[in-house]
Write a protein that binds this ligand. Structure first.
Ligand SMILES: Cc1cc2nc3c(=O)[nH]c(=O)nc-3n(C[C@H](O)[C@H](O)[C@H](O)COP(=O)(O)OP(=O)(O)OC[C@H]3O[C@@H](n4cnc5c(N)ncnc54)[C@H](O)[C@@H]3O)c2cc1C
Length: 417
């Protein structure tokens, strides 16, 4: 493979940065240009809803790599630069300032953007005290608006919504969370975990409402939200509103360029798109999971890193297909949640440990096979569970429920395949 020319990476988030460094480490000889539209040095996104929002981590602590590391690896990092279009025939990316860059290989690591709330009151410019949380700038704006006693209404009880709720409680705000589904985290985990996290948030003083829709946003003459009107007619006074209703893969460049896009840029196990000269990695992609036998879109740092490494291996002629088991973590209050696998479609759930101790592991089985697990404050169980999911361990629910048998012994004795 000719790797003496330019590799261009669009998007300087987790996937883009990893891809650029991994390509250099794996032997890309030519130029590597990393283009990012945000002005900040590439940063870790997960702390935005956690330590950064609480004020226990500052912007410096977020950096993925320090500036000299880019130079040392001969990676040209261009920040504040938005790519406007891709000309596949000419092998060029077109920047918003009108200039063009030629690539030999191209990688799209464009991530996603927060899904917008679509209710009356949201037609014009976004109200100045209504936020979504995707970027460092969003997090700074939210942190700057939360005071002790502020009335915060959070719309959506996915991870981001719940992590913001936990952080806002730490800062002394009065927090209400509205979730339209019948349980929190419904999109990503089983009912057992949802019930646990609902109880945790209520104990922490969050007014958590499930099955609660939003009818409208009410604003004053200065374009500030004053209240959130709920589906049941209740009017919740609000100083700050945070919308956490998921993200949309940022696929515009790919779509316009004619790449295959189906709810995300479609990639294979080498992170190659429908154009062999273009890779994609991270939140902007979908792929067929061999493990789950279906198309998946993963929004997690581990997935962004794995796909980036696979792409780097591919462009450097050292294929390293990505068959990693999905995993994710979430920090709320004193709880470290680590999840592995995808629990959708499970037919049994076994909990080892207790909610009261705030330390347990929920295993999800399908036809006796471990397909996913959620570990709360149980890092050792998480590591074992991850291996069990990867190996397709078969274990009976009864055996798993027997807490007298150490998990290690139990999983070591299971068949895989
Ligand atoms: C608040 C929050 C908390 C999270 N917590 C966790 C967690 O605890 N654990 C976990 O595993 N994951 C977490 N995630 C998810 C995780 O951050 C994402 O999965 C990860 O950032 C994906 O990386 P990425 O590189 O694909 O996309 P991103 O990190 O979104 O990076 C994409 C970059 O591309 C840039 N870009 C897009 N279009 C263009 C263009 N045309 N030109 C130039 N640049 C462009 C964007 O500005 C952005 O900087 C969290 C996400 C958020 C928002």
């Amino acid at each position: 493979m000719d790797n003496t020319e330019t590799l261009i990476v669009i998007g300087a988030g987790h996937a883009g940065v990893e891809l650029a460094f991994a390509a250099r480490q794996q032997g890309w000889i030519g130029d590597i240009v990393l283009l990012g539209e945000e002005p900040h040095l590439p940063y870790h996104r997960p702390p935005l809803s956690k330590t950064f929002l609480c004020g226990t981590a500052d912007a410096d602590a977020l950096s993925l790599r320090q500036a000299p590391a880019f130079e040392a690896n001969r990676i040209t990092l261009r920040l504040g630069v938005r790519v406007h279009a891709i000309d596949r025939a000419a092998h060029q990316v077109l920047l918003e300032d009108g200039s063009a860059l030629v690539y030999k290989k191209l990688a799209l690591c464009t991530g996603g953007r927060a899904r917008a709330l679509d209710v009356p009151g949201m037609e014009g410019a976004a109200p100045s005290n209504l936020f979504s949380l995707r970027s460092q700038s969003d997090a700074k704006a939210i942190a700057g608006s939360i005071r002790e006693g502020s009335r915060i209404v959070i719309i959506g009880a996915g991870y981001v919504g719940l992590e913001v709720a936990a952080s806002a409680r730490k800062l002394g705000a009065a927090v209400t969370v509205l979730e339209s589904q019948s349980r929190v985290l419904a999109r990503v985990t089983g009912a057992v975990l949802s019930r646990f996290y609902e109880a945790v948030h209520r104990e922490a003083g969050v007014d958590l409402r499930t099955g609660a829709s939003v009818q409208a946003i009410e604003c004053d003459a200065h374009g500030r939200v004053t209240a959130v009107l709920c589906g049941d007619g209740e009017r919740l006074q609000a100083d700050v509103v945070i919308v956490g209703i998921g993200m949309l893969a940022d696929t515009t460049l790919a779509e316009v360029a004619g790449l295959r896009v189906e709810g995300g840029i479609v990639v294979d196990e080498h992170s190659v798109t429908s154009d062999p000269d273009i890779m994609a990695a991270g939140d902007c992609t979908v792929h067929d999971s061999a493990l789950y036998g279906r198309r998946v879109r993963l929004e997690s740092v581990p997935n962004a890193l794995e796909q980036a490494r696979a792409a780097a291996g591919w462009v450097c002629g050292k294929p390293r297909p990505n068959h990693a088991v999905p995993w994710f973590w979430s920090d709320q209050y004193d709880l470290k949640l680590q999840m592995t696998g995808l629990s959708e479609g499970h037919d049994a759930c076994v909990v080892r440990g207790t909610f009261v101790s705030r330390s347990f592991c929920a295993f999800y089985l399908r036809e006796g096979r471990v397909i996913a697990a959620d570990a709360v404050n149980r890092p050792a169980d998480f590591m074992l569970a991850k291996k069990a999911v990867a190996g397709g361990a078969v274990v009976s629910a009864e055996a798993l429920a027997d807490t007298d048998t150490p998990l290690k012994d139990l999983l070591a004795a299971t068949s895989t395949g």
